[in-house]
Design a protein around this ligand. Sequence first.
Ligand SMILES: [Fe+2]
Length: 491
Amino acid sequence: MNRREFILAFGALPALRGERQFRLRSNPFTLGVASGDPTPGGVVLWTRLSGVNQQRVAVNWEIAEDDRFRRIAKKGSSLALPEFGHSVHAEVAGLQAGRDYWYRFMTGGEVSPVGKTRTARTAAGTGNPFRFAFVSCQNYEHGYYTAYRHLAAEDLDVVVHLGDYIYETRFGTTIVRQHEAGEVFTLDQYRARYSLYRSDPDLQAAHAAFPWIVTTDDHEVQDNYAGAISKNDTPQDQFLRRRAAAYQAYYEFMPLRRTSMPAGPDIPLFRKLSFGNLIDFHVLDTRQYRSDQPCGDGLKPRCAAAFDPAQTMMGPKQEKWLMDGLRSSRSRWNVLANQVMIADVAQIQGGTRTFSMDKWDGYVAARKRLLDFFNEARPSNPVVITGDIHSNWVSDLKLDFDNPSSRTVATEFVGTSITSGGDGNDAVPQGLLQANPHIKFFNTRRGYVRAAVTPSQWTTDYRVVSYVSRPGAPIETRASFVVESGKPGAH
Ligand SMILES: [Fe+2]
């Protein structure tokens, strides 16, 4: 059994006697702490050591019922290994459901910052709304993470990150702070990119405040990749080596359980997290298994390939898993933590209706299978949360987007970027809402989306900052939308 197999089998290598008998010259916890994937009895605690060279380092952790660590609930030790970039993923079990905990790590005479986390609830909690936020697209070069500073001050059960945690290269020309280097390809380069992003104090504060549920979109590897197909037609074996490096770094930096540990170019990310019988999160991965963007990608009129039933967004295995999970869910609300927009968006260019081939708009048959499933199987209250396009949208998901009177089968909330695209605004492209009557709201402000969910009602608040090109912007709620249980569609 090699180390990787040992860790898969037992979660972590045991700390050996003697390995903790050393002192570090500087604090290794400069990348902060995080927690993630909460269950009623547990959570994964994360940190990553910096400046420890090639040694194996025993890291102790403790999780307490109070912020002064007087009532320790659990403690343990994990080995931080160079082959995992000295990351620690400690999976704690045996905690109480639905309560707050504080945690920290210790090694070599140094102590990490304290993180706060919350286990999953087991009850619907009628008088106690489930509160969460979702975020995406945090291009470091495009702005400051002020939205995360405000997010850290919220009271949330969980934060969901829908992808574009890093950007693999420079995009655009309005650069307010710089990447450490150019485009990243190798494991060490991806690690350096994540280390830069994770050095940001506002991002660290948001991780330290709540457990996160994370998934990837494209920029964690490369812009608009599709499965084993790169944007620029790199030979597939070469691109898969890059994908392996990217997924490895992603795992090392995220509070993921070992069930999400990558193996070569594959990372098992689609998974379900449940919070009582109130809300299930079906976390999707719409990059790793999708077929290539049809019609040459980009913004195009739909060619025949966009309607090809063989076009897949999730891959057959994930698609079946999702439908099985929706069918068997006992929760009132079923969230699809999705990457690219599902709602049809016709953009009129020179009198022609064009569509973004990278979105579900380029995978029409796969989308129809999903919307037909909503209509026929009637899973309880499907709500889609989406990232990717650096703008806020609220849409009714129609059984037939070309027929405005067809049934609304689900609701989609698209959340804007944290920074990507720079300072946004409230402008709505001319004709957008007229050409797409199922779309109810749009802007390109920056921020995050907050939701409060009870058995009878879902409330979404679009939280926006005034600017990201310099620090310190205030935050406001730009708009709020409500979904009533049993009535798909937002108002
Ligand atoms: Fe993005």
